[in-house]
Design a protein. Structure first.
Length: 728
């Protein structure tokens, strides 16, 4: 259990870190190192104040007094194994999920299964579950999805109209009021939400604060208003203070409230083991588990250390953060999600509704709103995924919703609230525009769908594992541990492959605007390397065609997916380059680089089509290539390789060979005519069958198209070279 608790802390924090770091990291309010230090301090203080929050794992979902101690051990083991695997799976694919939802449904699935297996005849298994508590938790959590999205969108719309995108000008008028209001919310959020289960604040004081909340809030607000007005007067950006303070507050609340999701079950299992040792009877009922528990401070401190180390060093935490920031970003981004029918339908409905309101809104209102949403492009803002105002709203609105839920004893998921607030503010800020809206909506639907799948998967999986323990006892570890270990290793390999692909192009482009010419050079060099890889992929596919063995083209699909991803990276890089310091000649050459990238995309598409037709020919067991067809294929390969070689020679020698290119064009026409004529002769002489001939001719036509695009690429590369000559 201790071993599983450590792993659960690692995978849990890796997923939940996005809840309190995304606003600060996305807005680049400070260095990532400083942001993580602030978050780490919040995590440490929050963890040390969470001792009163452990009861949910013991009695929040099921009634322990109806289960034997042995059955409780099986339930807790099933919950922990399920939690580690599920959270690590989500982390692998960079998807945020709710650790609260996973814990609730894991406890529900495992306890319901054990109840069904151990209940007396005629007793309903659901009577073993705290149905009222479970339904309240589940409904509250899922209701927070819609509420958080709408609230985030409304607050951001109002504040954007007030502040506009020219924050430097409007901050001196409205900044102190907004900062005082936000900070007041964050202060009471820490006191009431983060410290509610702490031993550091008395229950009487909490009751007093809640009873006189409005009066105390007004006093704190007015005091902070004076303080922030002084800061604004001295031209200090108060939005940065809000974001840093909000990051600390959310980190503290996360550690205080969500620590139970990771160590609550192991601590409960330790209590069960102690009861078994004291009574000597594992079949005794778990009545004693219904009482209060005081968690030793050393456990909380060690948990905090593990969480902080994970927060700083976990690559999977960075992947989850990247997903949320990408979905909320105003920058030109490589979209992480592809469109689907549902997302396209939702976007169309929204655009129709938006168009209706635009058509029937008074002109002066439309004109006013348009003027408030006018964006100012500066080099500084190009580095951010979103600005400081949106980041401030994200932390404030999330804290406000969680605080409200705490005051009215409504269960909320920190993940659901922070993610949906961020999505609502993104929509309000018009970060979702026509060219990316479908992808962004698809991403949000994927994440939300994952949340609902979490509920279903954890219920089934934890119930199944509990069944294994009930049936085989602790011998179930013989096959459960190897399976879990295999899945854990597999998830890490998948994540590494995904991360390597994602980082291959993006990392060297971080300083794209600080040195745009170097960025152009990097794009060109990287493009040339991958053009050569296209040649190697094509050769593998054609070898499979010649031999009739699919194994010879193994791995080409993934390699082509990689090239398709890199094409998107190149286009994002070109779009983000600030060419204001370029001469007109350099701008023209950089446009030719863009044309080269488009030609590269055509080569990828051609290769994908060739691969599809080759696999079709092999899969349907058409006749193998005869010697003449193999010879024709060899001639085409030699021709294509010659053009590839010429491109490489052009880049190295910086000199165009017009004579060779004219010869290749002539060869191209002659070769195409010759192969078609030979194929017709074979058909007439019955040395070739129509069924096998058609797929072969289709592939030949694709190869000739490939050659055409390769020559087009050669011409585009030649026009880029003058820019490359000034590289050194």
């Amino acid at each position: 259990m201790v071993f599983l608790a450590v792993f659960d802390l690692i995978v849990g924090v890796a997923n939940d870190a996005v809840n309190f770091t995304n606003s600060a990291i996305g807005s680049k309010v400070a260095s990532k190192k400083f942001i993580l230090i602030i978050a780490a301090v919040g995590v440490l203080l929050g963890a040390l104040s969470s001792s009163g929050m452990m009861e949910v794992a013991r009695k929040g979902i099921f009634r322990p007094e109806l289960f034997t101690l042995e059955a409780l051990v099986y339930i807790f083991l099933a919950v922990m194994i399920t939690d580690v695997l599920l959270l690590d799976f989500y982390n692998t694919f960079g998807l945020p999920t709710s650790t609260t939802v996973s814990l609730v449904f894991e406890l529900f699935g495992a306890s319901l299964m054990i109840a069904f297996l151990t209940k007396p005849e005629g007793v309903d298994a659901f009577s073993y579950i705290n149905s009222e508590s479970a339904i309240k938790i589940i409904s509250g959590i899922f209701m927070s999805v819609i509420i958080a999205f709408v609230i985030g969108m409304i607050i951001q719309t109002i504040l954007r109209i007030i502040f506009t995108f020219q924050i430097e000008k409007t901050l001196k008028h409205f900044g102190s009021t907004f900062a005082a209001l936000s900070s007041s919310i964050l202060i009471f959020f820490i006191i009431i939400s983060a410290l509610k289960g702490s031993n550091y604040i008395s229950k009487d004081l909490l009751v007093f604060i809640e009873s006189n909340l409005l009066l105390l809030f007004s006093f704190v607000f007015l005091t902070l208003l004076v303080l922030f007005q002084i800061l604004v007067y001295y031209q200090i950006n108060v939005l940065k203070i809000i974001i840093i303070f909000g990051t600390f507050a959310l980190a503290m609340a996360f550690a205080s409230n969500d620590l139970v999701n990771f160590v609550g079950v192991p601590l409960a299992s330790i209590s069960v083991v102690q009861l078994i040792l004291e009574s000597g009877d594992p079949l005794a009922l778990g009545t004693a588990l219904g009482g209060k528990v005081q968690t030793p401070q050393i456990f909380l401190f060690l948990s905090a250390i593990i969480m902080i180390v994970t927060l700083v060093f976990s690559k999977k935490a960075a992947s989850v953060t990247k997903t949320e920031i990408s979905l909320a970003s105003e920058k030109t981004e490589i979209e992480l999600f592809t469109s689907n029918q549902l997302s396209r339908r939702i976007v169309k409905i929204f655009l129709d509704i938006w168009g209706f309101f635009k058509d029937y809104s008074p002109a002066f209102i439309s004109s006013f709103i348009r003027s408030r949403y006018t964006k100012v492009s500066t080099k500084y803002h190009q580095h951010e995924s979103f600005d400081l105002l949106r980041a401030s709203v994200n932390v404030t609105a999330s804290s406000l919703l969680i605080l409200t839920g705490t005051l009215y004893k409504l269960p909320l998921s920190t993940t659901f609230v922070t993610f949906m607030v961020a999505m609502g503010t993104s929509l309000a800020d018009r970060a979702w525009v026509r060219y990316n809206a479908v992808n962004r909506v698809s991403g949000v639907l994927t994440v939300i769908g994952g949340w609902f799948l979490t509920a279903m998967i954890t219920t089934i999986l934890s119930g199944s594992i509990a069944l294994c323990f009930y049936t085989f006892g602790f011998y179930a570890f013989i096959f459960l541990l190897p399976i879990s270990f295999f899945l854990f290793i597999s998830f890490n390999k998948i994540h590494k492959l995904r991360s390597d692909l994602s980082n291959e192009f993006s990392l060297p482009m971080e300083d794209i605007n600080s040195n745009p010419k170097s960025a152009i050079y990097y794009i060109f060099d990287h493009l040339m390397d991958n053009i050569q890889d296209t040649s190697n992929i094509l050769n593998s596919i054609l070898k499979a065609l010649s031999t009739g063995k699919k194994s010879h083209q193994k791995g080409t699909g993934k390699r082509l997916d990689r090239l398709s991803f890199l094409y998107g990276s190149y286009m994002v890089g070109i779009a983000e380059v600030d060419n204001s310091e370029f001469t007109q000649r350099e701008i023209t050459h950089s446009y030719n680089l863009e044309s080269s990238i488009h030609s590269f995309r055509k080569l990828i598409n051609n290769t994908l089509s060739i691969r599809k037709n080759v696999l079709y020919k092999i899969d349907f067991q058409f006749s193998a290539l005869n010697d003449e067809e193999k010879e024709d294929l060899k001639e085409i390969k030699v021709y294509i390789q010659s053009i590839f070689d010429e491109i490489q020679s052009l880049v190295k020698k910086k000199r165009r060979s017009d004579a060779k290119m004219k010869a290749y064009r002539k060869e191209f026409t002659v070769l195409k005519f010759k192969i078609h004529r030979k194929q017709i002769k074979r058909l007439k002489s019955k040395t070739a069958q129509m069924a096998g001939l058609v797929p072969f001719l289709t592939i030949v036509e694709e190869l000739f198209d490939f050659s055409h695009h390769l020559i087009e690429l050669y011409n585009n590369v030649e026009r880029v070279l003058p820019l490359m000559e000034r590289k050194n």
